[in-house]
Design a protein around this ligand. Structure first.
Ligand code: CP
Length: 304
């Protein structure tokens, strides 16, 4: 039995197979419409979500399976003090696979150790968000035609942003990637990541001003300053609108640069950017369904 805790749980060859499968699902959905007949996905979300939970539910439904679960810890027995270990033992008798989001880092891993069914980490605190990373990689591969040979700017909350940490970890396995980290001083990417990049001799640059680096980017990954990760309101208010990507800034970018964002967005991308063909964040959210369909089939060993 296999779980997904980190994007590194798959080799790059396995990821290629997963992305080929996701592209095939996108192009031939009818072929997969009954591959999960009789199977049940449990979505256990102890933290709010729109995309991750609903794209998992859409994915399982499109595969012919069914979905049970909860969208809020307060409506589950966690509110009475039940541990994730006990919860997953019970859910192992109710479902065939589980996607779990939890505010505590490592909680899905604790669940996986006691689980009788595959567990997918759907985001754990500020740690990892592997299915978002699979979505990001599939988007880049599908729209750029490659996973390597580019300069990627990551902008916003690089300190607490789990999508950023997961994506960096995944991208360092590909050739000729250069990172540009764009953040205020208080939200810099953690030292353990820059230390790891130095050790692996992967080029990176840290800057504060987005405008200064726009012309060199092939990809720009925007992120939200996450209110829920701040300890005090004052710091959040000071930093929340530090970056706003608008049409003026987009005019500095390459004609084929892509703008990605895991969403939800607050103010960091002006809505005027949405109509720019380089803005692909809504397409990215849709790729999330195809990659989760491919992931469910892979973990349940149901790939036709
Ligand atoms: N990208 C993402 O994880 O969105 P949700 O929080 O809405 O699931």
């Amino acid at each position: 039995m296999r779980h997904l805790m980190s994007p590194l749980d798959f080799t790059t060859e396995e990821l290629d197979r997963l992305f080929d499968l996701a592209n095939d699902i996108e192009n031939h959905p009818a072929k997969y419409a009954h591959t999960c007949d009789g199977r049940i996905l449990a979505t256990c979300f102890y933290e709010p979500s729109t995309r991750t939970r609903l794209s998992f539910e859409s994915a399982m439904t499109r595969l012919g399976g069914r979905v049970i679960g909860f969208a809020d810890a307060t409506s589950s027995s966690a509110a009475k003090g039940e541990s994730v270990s006990d919860t997953i033992r019970v859910i192992s008798g109710y479902a065939d696979i589980c996607a779990m989001r939890h505010p505590k880092e490592g909680a899905p891993m604790v669940a996986a150790e006691k689980s009788g069914i595959p567990v997918i980490n759907a985001g754990d605190g500020g740690h990892q968000h592997p299915t978002q990373t699979l979505t990001d990689l599939l988007t880049i591969r599908s729209l750029k035609g490659r996973l390597g040979d580019f300069t990627i700017g990551l902008c916003g909350d690089l300190k607490f942003g789990r999508t950023v940490h997961s994506l960096i970890n995944a991208l360092i396995r590909y050739e000729n990637i250069r990172f540009v980290f764009i953040s205020p001083e208080e939200l810099r990417v953690p030292d353990y990541i820059t230390d790891m990049l130095k050790e692996k001799e992967i080029p990176f640059q840290e800057v504060i001003r987005l405008e200064n680096v726009m012309p060199q980017l092939d990809l720009l990954y925007m992120t939200r300053v996450q209110k829920e990760r701040f300890f005090n309101e004052e710091d959040y208010v000071r930093l929340k609108d530090f970056y706003i990507l608008n049409a003026d800034k987009m005019s500095l970018a390459k004609e084929d640069m892509l703008v990605l964002h895991p969403l939800p967005r607050v103010n960091e991308i002006s809505v005027e950017v949405d109509s720019d063909p380089r803005a692909v964040y809504f397409r990215q959210a849709k790729y999330g369904v195809y990659v989760r369909m491919a992931l469910i089939l892979t973990l349940l060993e149901l790939v036709p």
